[in-house]
Design a protein around this ligand. Structure first.
Ligand SMILES: [Fe+2]
Length: 256
């Protein structure tokens, strides 16, 4: 089986667009639809024609171009059942544990409530790819708009349980400010300090920071590290539950 191909590109002020292409069947999916012309330009750069749109959640900066792309390509829009009313042009709904075929590749749906109540991530186990949108960022996680911290912690645990080598595409270039915050929570983490320096260098050169991997996030992302003794000591929460520690880290980030 020929490997899937990916085109990731910045758009809007700080979003990422991502296209997923199967060279065997020539199917191409856009992960979310942040900006019509940026997506069209990316597809044309690669000579791909969009056939699918995988929607992760209902926020405007993820669904704005749904109808325009549907009109242009006649593509099929797939998205979470619980947010279907808010997803323009949706054709097919999915829920936690759903799976479907994209070419010859199985796509598994992982529901990750927190940022929104129905947010889903798309996981391709064979290709070891995860499209995490606004649930998991490089060194961060989405803001809790529609569900409490305990739900988001449980959602992040589902993603952390994926194989370390899973490559993660995410929704926003927030990495440099996430790194500055992460260093206030986990200052002695050598791997994090090295990564923060790499991120500063990348951004200074105008490079973006997507994708990441599950393994790297588990080592450096404070939102996945609520059980870490050094973090708990710094927060003076040695006896708290992981959910409580996570909630405190999220609260501090909201005020950072
Ligand atoms: Fe969002």
């Amino acid at each position: 089986m020929e490997a899937l191909q990916i085109e990731c590109f910045p758009c809007r002020s700080d979003n990422f667009g991502v296209l997923l292409h199967d060279p065997e069947t020539l199917m191409t999916a856009s992960i979310d639809a942040p900006e019509e012309m940026a997506i069209v330009a990316a597809a044309e750069r690669r000579g791909w024609k969009l056939t699918h749109l995988f929607t992760t959640h209902h926020h405007q900066d993820h669904v704005e171009a749904n109808l325009a792309l549907k009109e242009r390509y006649g593509l099929a829009i797939i998205g979470p059942a619980s947010e279907a009313r808010k997803i323009p042009g949706i054709d097919r709904t999915v829920a936690d544990g759903s799976s479907f075929l994209f070419g010859n590749n199985t796509v598994r749906v992982i529901e990750t409530p927190g940022h929104t109540a129905g947010h889903v991530c798309y996981h391709l186990p064979d290709a070891k790819l995860l499209f995490a949108a606004d649930t998991l960022f490089a060194l961060g996680c989405g803001r809790l708009f529609e569900r409490p911290a305990a739900d988001m912690w449980a959602s992040l645990q589902k993603l952390a349980a994926l194989p370390d080598e899973t490559v993660v595409y995410f929704g926003h270039e927030y990495t440099q400010s996430n790194a500055r915050f992460a260093l206030t929570i986990d200052p002695e983490n050598r791997r994090l300090r090295d990564r923060a320096a790499e991120i500063d260098a990348a951004r200074a050169e105008g490079r973006f920071t997507c994708p990441t991997t599950i393994g790297l996030e588990k080592e450096t992302n404070p939102f996945l590290r609520a059980g870490d003794p050094q973090i708990r000591a710094l927060l003076e929460m040695p006896e708290a539950t992981n959910e409580e520690v996570f909630a405190e880290i999220r609260r501090r980030k909201d005020n950072f």
